[in-house]
Design a binder for this molecule. Structure first.
Ligand code: ADP
Ligand code: ADP
Ligand code: MG
Length: 681
């Protein structure tokens, strides 16, 4: 076994690999970029080497620097994590040349599975079922159109070199094929530097079920069962679970065997995932009729590997390290068992209500559920996270903040644990999908395991723009918290420290704060609240003219029990400037208590300016100077944090000028184009 490894990655996966290495008494070397100088993964390792600038191309993708760091520190092997260099065959080769072990498959296996079209040709030979389609090298558009017509619509055009949900176009009818092909090829050349595509049948309401495989250098192969990753947005995974609901032992064995054959065909070594698209011709009620087709193989550890660890009780990073050091697989197929059910939720810095726009910011509050970490693979609640309170989510890397993994004896128990764990996840400082994840896990489709990749659009009515707390409770919570913290301050003042009440702008009055008014903003709408302390000591609160009594009790751990009229909630509230973030058992919300003095002299933002919502790259403009546009019309596409964002016209108008060209890097707030809007009359 190795005594020292270098981890060529960052964030949660780097921390996760470091934890297993520590348990096995293996020394670890971290690498880091400028932006990550103070990052958690640096602290998690025994040594750390700075390798360059914040952009991945200046650091985490510079493999000559990484190899030099491994040599300089005396590491024997490199763990690539996922993303970055994990599926780069040149890097795997360069490691071998430098006398370092690449903890992953042989470069030849990475290469064989690197392109979707070529890997499908290989799989066809190995007898693995494929989605009906064309994956040849002749890219003549007329030929591709004939193939699409022969497959029958709808079809899916896919960039062969694609990944991360990009470079795909679904086409409903023959007339639309040529345009979709051209646009898919454009995206493919821009994103992957290779415009080869394949065309396949677009499976309707499919499930994404993948098999975890493992091979060793002695020719042994096993599969560690399946994961269902059907809940997706933009063809990217949101929730993953194992085992797949409705899976029969017979189908599991067939899919497992097919995945092992796929691995064997490329002489695979280490951890890999064979992804299948699964058709459900009998609908949700007849999972035994599921038909599976090979989609692609990911030649690395997968983001969602913890659900497999939870149900098998195995540590897959330990397996990787053992296999890479030449040991045989720790267990054989008949020694592997499934225990219970596990679900993973990807907590991302993004706004689901704004088309999942990624967000950046500082984690002012980062409260996680009661859990253990990945050091024991079979825990009921596990959080894998690469950040700590006070850290920032920067625009340089992807938007994943943490992964929450729950395990239970049954799916129902795991679901209940997930809901509780998400309710205990308190993040303040940046927008996240935590509440959205709660809505998905509690939606009828997910709760009843009616899974397919259209789950999110199908359940959209209960997933987006939900308000579970309400103005009344949010206001009551904000007022109660204000009273509690004032009482705390007054107690402190009595105890010696003098706090000048007149220096505070919060309406405090020395005669007992008997009456005060609040100007509020809730979901962008103004509201008013009036708080009154009655002579008998009772409290009254009037929200938009409706008066009820207010009671509150401060509980341990910063929680508050708030009763307002008939409403009652146990909650946590954190203030970040003027914004109060309220977390209750059934949901979270925000309410703004406007500090009028702080806003004196402010002007409103200009309209008609079209700025980059975050730093990133301009992908394309859909308009040119002089074009007349309608409100909501797409004007430009930007890419940031591995996602594309469409910038739409805020109002009807005329494009005056484009200020950048496709491919340009832009900073946050940079004006992308000038629009002369039609004067409001
Ligand atoms: P990537 O490399 O981006 O992960 P995949 O080929 O794995 O690309 O596909 C990503 C997702 O796109 C799948 O999980 C599935 O939701 C959807 N998808 C892929 N192929 C098909 C298909 N033939 N029919 C329907 N959906 C598909
Ligand atoms: P997996 O296939 O293992 O589930 P993904 O393909 O989703 O993993 O992602 C692999 C790596 O790339 C991870 O680091 C993931 O966070 C990152 N990644 C890929 N696509 C995106 C994306 N569109 N947005 C954010 N991160 C992404
Ligand atoms: Mg995939």
């Amino acid at each position: 076994m190795f005594t020292k490894i270098l981890i060529a990655n960052r964030g949660e996966i780097a921390c996760r690999v470091a934890a297993t290495a520590r348990r096995l008494a293996i020394q670890t070397v971290a690498v880091y970029s400028d932006a990550d100088a103070g990052a958690k993964h640096v602290a998690a390792c025994d040594e750390a080497i700075h390798i360059g600038g914040s952009a991945p191309k200046d650091s985490y993708l510079r493999w000559e620097k990484i190899i030099a760091a491994a040599k300089a520190t005396g590491a024997q092997a490199i763990h690539p994590g996922y993303g970055f260099l994990s599926e780069n065959e040149e890097f795997a080769q360069a490691c071998a040349k430098a006398g370092l072990v690449f903890i992953g498959p042989p470069a030849s296996a990475i290469q064989a599975m690197g392109l979707k079209a070529e890997s499908k040709q290989l799989m066809e030979k190995a007898g693995v079922p494929l989605v009906p389609g064309y994956h040849g090298s002749d890219q003549d558009p007329a030929l591709l159109q004939r193939e699409a017509d022969a497959i029958g619509y709808p079809v899916l055009i896919k960039a062969s070199a694609g990944g991360g949900g990009k470079g795909m176009r679904a086409v409903d009818k023959a007339e639309d094929f040529a345009a979709a092909l051209a646009s898919c090829k454009r995206e493919a050349i821009n994103s992957f530097g290779d415009d080869a595509v394949l065309v396949e049948k677009y499976v309707l309401r499919p499930r994404h079920i993948e098999i975890q495989v493992f091979g060793d250098t002695h020719g042994n192969y096993v599969y560690l069962f399946e994961r269902d990753c059907s809940v997706q947005r933009r063809h990217q995974k949101v929730l993953e679970e194992a085992p797949a609901p409705g899976m029969t032992p017979e189908l599991r064995a067939r899919m497992g065997q097919a995945a092992v054959e796929a691995a064997r065909a490329v002489k695979y070594v280490g951890a890999g995932t064979v992804e299948f698209i699964v058709e459900q011709p009998g609908g949700y009620a007849h999972p035994e009729q599921m038909k599976f087709y090979f989609m692609e193989m990911n030649t690395r550890l997968q983001v969602e590997h913890p659900v497999t660890e939870a149900i098998t009780g195995q540590d897959l990073v330990e397996w990787q390290l053992r296999v890479a050091s030449g040991e045989p697989l720790p267990l054989q197929q008949d020694q592997l068992r499934i225990h219970g059910h596990a679900i993973e939720a990807r907590i991302c810095a993004e706004n689901p209500d704004n088309n999942f726009l990624p967000a950046t910011g500082t984690l002012h509050v980062y409260g996680l559920p009661m859990c253990t970490t990945f050091e024991r693979a079979d825990d009921a609640v596990r959080v894998d996270s690469g950040v700590r309170q006070g850290d920032s989510i920067s625009p340089f890397y992807d938007s994943m903040v943490a992964k929450l993994i729950v395990h239970g004896a049954t799916r129902e128990q795991a679901l209940a644990r997930m809901d509780t764990a998400l309710a205990q996840t308190h993040i303040v400082g940046l927008t996240t999908n935590v509440q959205f994840l709660r809505h998905v896990t509690t939606s009828a489709s997910f709760a009843q395991a009616q899974l397919d990749t259209a789950l999110i659009p199908r359940e959209s009515a209960v997933l987006f723009k939900q308000e579970k707390v309400g103005l009344q409770m949010a206001t009551a919570a904000m007022v109660a918290q204000t009273l509690v913290s004032e009482h705390d301050q007054a107690t402190k003042a009595d105890a010696g420290g003098w706090i000048d009440p007149w220096a505070q702008r919060d309406g405090w009055r020395s005669h007992g704060a008997s009456h005060r008014e609040f100007m509020l903003e809730f979901h962008g709408e103004p509201h008013t609240a009036v708080f009154t302390r009655l002579h008998g000591g009772g409290l009254q609160l009037t929200v938009d003219g409706n008066t009820e009594t207010l009671h509150y009790t401060a509980l341990s751990g910063g929680a508050l029990d708030v009763r307002y009229g008939d409403l009652r909630s146990t909650l946590h509230l954190y203030k970040n400037g003027e914004v109060a973030h309220v977390f209750t058992g059934h949901g979270a919300t925000q309410i703004v208590a406007i500090d009028a003095l702080a806003h004196a002299g402010e002007t409103h933002a200009e309209v008609g300016r079209l700025t980059a919502p975050m730093p990133g790259k301009v992908v394309s403009f859909a308009v040119k100077a002089g074009d007349v546009v309608k409100k909501g019309q797409a004007l430009a596409v930007m890419e940031a944090m591995k996602m594309e964002h469409t910038i739409a016209a805020p109002a009807d108008g005329t494009v005056a000028e484009l200020l950048f060209a496709p491919g340009d890097q832009v900073t946050e707030g940079a004006e992308l184009l000038k629009l002369t809007t039609v004067a409001a009359s």
